[in-house]
Write a protein that binds this ligand. Structure first.
Ligand SMILES: CC1(C)CN=C(N2CCN(c3ncnc4sc(CCF)cc34)CC2)S1
Length: 492
């Protein structure tokens, strides 16, 4: 039985960001484990008070830079919620039922998941914001899918199990437990209308090569990384168009604390979250966000066999917003090099939407913007840009190959053909796209190499490309293609 860790009164009331950072620092540097329940209740209380049922006009008045006063987090509220969580978990789980082993069993993990699951309010909108913390769970009995997984891990910590940890893919969360974290268990739901698999090991997901389980390379959290997950999950959004600045600043400060303590090194998405915050309001003396986006990508390559997509879409989005279009193409091509060896399955909608937006919204927008200019340095005359785009589209085509669910449809073909046909033949023929043979594992590693742009023709790929252009020409305005071709001096 874990001793009930008294909430340390000394820190309260928490009235500003430095006092909350100090609480987190002490928890992270104390000898025993950081207390997930305590920290989640505290940041959930701050987030709730600053984002829920607040008129934006009020927000404007208090947004002066000098005062970062937060609505005070009182000791007695925190202590009451903390005790309520301890009592509900310990009251519902009779530990004498679960052998004397210091390791959790599947039955124990499932029991904690059931206690959380069955205590949630019956009907609520699961995708709403601000449902990720223990504050939400303990006050309104509402949690999102990540929140359920996090609360199960916090519950197991209350029961004294130090082996139960959060496992994170880019769109799902589950737990590992047992000696060496060798066992896995689903503890929450995923997506809409899917039967939950709670209690089952993370099974065929990895076999079916679906992105949802990142091909066996999830982020396996330590306790401090679970703190990083709860901090990453802080949601400063006040509305679809505005954020509560104090909540964003709190999240940024806490992420820097975790970064400095080394707890983000193996957590690419948390580094990406910090980079996004730094892009909006850079912290003096800290690395630029462009460096942080690169660190996130390096973390995914170093620790997760480059099987994560988001580090490259974080980076591509940054370059796009800063009109660094060639760099954006390269990041998106790197993202496609990740997805190409997955098979698209029904659980992968989130990443499908990500690639759809890049291919059919962001790239067409770039093409429109650069087509108006006539600079000699235009990306339309740059063979490396063309190479990045081909690598991007080819990665999506290969993603579809062998998948149970189709990816491409006519809606993809029009923007694709429009984009490619913006590059003149004399630019296209400067690009070599070497086929990396059939060994997908070799091809996979190779995919990370820079695309060859030697000035040699690769007949096979070029024929494929031209046939694609010809074939799809019927669906795009004939004249437009012909005009483009005639301007490049080369008919089909
Ligand atoms: C490039 C982007 C579209 C920008 N934000 C992105 N994300 C925001 C933050 N995200 C995350 N950030 C930290 N940790 C986690 S764990 C997880 C799976 C559900 F548990 C998601 C996620 C998800 C991805 S990807």
């Amino acid at each position: 039985m874990a001793g009930v860790r008294a909430v340390d009164r000394r820190h309260f009331p928490l009235e500003d960001i430095p006092s909350i950072v100090k609480l987190f620092k002490e928890q992270l540097e104390s000898s025993s484990e950081p207390d997930l329940a305590l920290l989640s209740i505290v940041v959930g209380a701050v987030e709730n008070s600053l984002t829920c049922n607040r008129s934006v006009s009020v927000q404007k008045e208090t947004d002066t830079l000098c005062e970062h006063k937060l609505p005070a987090v009182q000791y007695h509220i925190t202590e009451a919620l903390y005790s309520r969580f301890h009592a509900s978990i310990k009251g519902a789980v009779d530990l004498t039922q679960y052998s004397g082993s210091k390791y959790a069993t599947r039955e124990l993990v499932k029991k904690v998941s059931d206690v959380v699951w069955n205590s949630l309010s019956k009907t609520y909108y699961k995708d709403k914001a601000h449902l990720q913390s223990l504050y939400s769970y303990l006050t309104v009995r509402r949690l999102d899918c990540f929140g359920v997984a996090f609360t199960v891990v916090a519950g197991c910590q209350v029961l004294g199990y130090r082996d139960v940890h959060l496992a994170l893919s880019e769109d799902h969360a589950w737990v590992v437990f047992g000696e060496g974290g060798s066992q896995t268990a689903e503890v929450t739901w995923h997506g809409k209308g899917n039967e939950d698999k709670r209690g089952q090991p993370v099974g065929p997901g990895t076999g079916s090569r679906s992105w949802l389980y990142v091909n066996g390379c999830p982020v396996i959290c330590t306790r401090p990384m679970e703190v990083a997950a709860l901090v990453s999950a802080i949601n400063p959004s006040l509305s679809a168009t505005s954020d509560a600045m104090e909540v964003a600043l709190l999240q940024q400060e806490l992420l820097w604390l975790l970064y400095d303590l080394g707890h983000l090194t193996h957590y690419p998405m948390a580094i990406g979250n910090l980079s996004d915050l730094e892009e909006v309001s850079p912290t003096p003396g800290r690395p630029p966000c462009s460096t942080l986006f690169q660190e996130a990508a390096m973390s995914a390559r170093t620790y997760y066999k480059n099987q994560h997509v988001y580090p490259y879409t974080y980076q591509g989005g940054y370059f796009y917003r800063h009109k660094m279009y060639k760099e954006a193409f390269e990041s998106w091509a790197n993202a496609a090099d990740v997805i190409r060896l997955y098979n698209y399955s029904r659980d992968d909608e989130e990443i499908y939407k990500e690639f759809l937006e890049i291919a059919n919204d962001l790239i067409p927008h770039i093409m429109k913007v650069v087509s108006s200019g006539h600079s000699a340095h235009s990306i339309l005359k740059d063979p490396e840009c063309f190479a990045h785009l081909i690598r991007f589209y080819d990665g999506i085509c290969q993603w579809e190959e062998g998948s149970p669910t189709p990816v491409l449809h006519i809606g993809w073909a029009k923007p694709l053909v429009n984009t490619i046909s913006k590059f003149d033949a004399d630019v296209r023929t400067q690009v070599v796209i070497e086929c990396r043979g059939d060994d997908s594992s070799e091809g996979f590693e190779g995919a990370m190499a820079e695309p060859e742009t030697d000035l040699k023709d690769d007949v096979k790929k070029k024929e494929l490309l031209d046939s694609l252009l010809r074939e799809e020409a019927s669906c795009v305005d004939e004249d437009e293609i012909c005009n483009n071709k005639s301007s490049s001096g080369k008919g089909t």
